[in-house]
Design a protein around this ligand. Structure first.
Ligand SMILES: NC(=O)c1ccc[n+]([C@@H]2O[C@H](COP(=O)([O-])OP(=O)(O)OC[C@H]3O[C@@H](n4cnc5c(N)ncnc54)[C@H](O)[C@@H]3O)[C@@H](O)[C@H]2O)c1
Length: 330
């Protein structure tokens, strides 16, 4: 099958070509999918997209008119694709339902401990032979209460690590995970979890029900001096409300791997440009905010599985098999 890979970087090409082993004809473009760039898909039966590509109804309609019959997402989350519209236009959408949950969970812990122990500041200081400790005071994570918001695959992996640190585990989820219960997690409604947790880590998907789950009201419920970590999707957090909570000094630290307006910013080098996103610029000014550019998934193991599953999805689609990664089954 001819497949156009949108929003592709050198690492996408490297891992997808290694997984492909010549089965499909893969073409690569650095362009993100939108209404204009959809025309590039002409002559391709399938396209492969990532988290910030636009899979809205008008774009899907355009793709269908060009003969695109399948979309292979290189991600678990699929909030950027209108599945109902895809069904209407006869496009099969597939995702990578499972890849290393450890990649994301371990990155959440990296954000937490960088903020807590200020290793990013220590790195800069010691390179200038400044070995003073002022401003680097952290706290023991051992004995802290951790609120895991979303206790699926990644939430479970995160909870397991925090259990190893010696933390008390609280969980919030629409469906309880027995494996989390086995770790000793106590499930609570969100409004009871937030006031008790010293660390809150978000692992629910972005859905209409979870958009701005962390907002002015829920931020007000958080324990003063708590850490908030978001490695899931930017839209879970109302960034304006978060900025206000930070301005009032109510949080010890905020670690974000995702940002609600990351589309057009993340995965790009904008270091020689003026970035006009005032909200992001303001967030960057807080010394207790640490932002990474949606890199939580970015381990060798995870990227290998993403590539292999994507190619398997394309194989199955080409052979007429509807595997478990298909999101557009009726
Ligand atoms: N930053 C990254 O690189 C990266 C990489 C992979 C995944 N993610 C994000 O992490 C999210 C979680 O991934 P996962 O593999 O753990 O998914 P999962 O499906 O295993 O777990 C999600 C959990 O959220 C719960 N949930 C769903 N809707 C809910 C609601 N309305 N209220 C409360 N709980 C709800 C589910 O019951 C489930 O337990 C993904 O949806 C994706 O957005 C981010």
């Amino acid at each position: 099958m001819n497949v156009l890979v949108y929003d592709s970087h050198s690492y996408d090409r490297q891992f997808l070509e290694a997984a492909n082993r010549g089965r499909h004809t893969l073409d690569f473009t650095t362009s993100q999918l939108d209404l204009q760039t959809a025309t590039l898909a002409q002559g391709h039966a399938a396209i492969c997209i990532f988290v910030n590509d636009d899979g809205s109804a008008p774009v899907l309609e355009k793709l269908a008119s060009l003969g695109v019959r399948a979309i292979a997402l290189r991600s678990t989350g699929f909030n950027n694709v209108d599945l109902e519209a895809a069904k209407r236009f006869g496009i099969t959408v597939m995702r990578v339902a499972y890849y290393s949950p450890y990649a994301v969970a371990e990155h959440a812990v990296a954000l937490l401990q960088t903020l807590n122990r200020h290793t990013h500041r220590a790195y800069n200081r010691t390179r200038e032979f400044n070995f003073r400790l002022g401003g680097l005071l952290g706290r023991d994570i051992h004995g802290s209460t951790v609120g895991v918001v979303g206790t699926g695959k990644i939430g479970l992996a995160f909870a397991s690590i925090m259990k190893g640190f010696g933390c008390k585990l609280l969980g919030y989820d629409a469906a309880e995970n027995p494996a989390c219960r086995e770790l000793g997690m106590t499930y609570k409604p969100l409004n009871e979890l937030l006031p008790e947790a010293d660390i809150v880590s978000l692992h629910v998907p972005l859905l209409p029900a979870t958009r701005h789950l962390i907002n002015q009201d829920t931020l007000a419920l958080m324990k003063p001096g708590a850490f908030l970590i978001n490695t899931s999707r930017g839209g879970l957090v109302d960034t304006e409300a978060l900025t206000e909570a930070l301005r009032q000094g109510r949080l010890a630290g905020v670690g974000l791997d995702v940002y609600e307006e990351e589309d057009g910013l993340f995965f790009q080098d904008l270091s020689d440009r003026v970035v006009s996103d005032d909200v992001l610029a303001r967030l960057m000014m807080f010394p207790n905010v640490l932002i990474t550019g949606h890199q939580a998934f970015f381990t060798r193991e995870a990227v290998t599985t993403i590539a292999e599953t994507t190619l398997q999805n394309l194989d199955d689609f080409a052979a007429g098999r509807l595997n478990d990664n298909v999101l557009t089954k009726n």
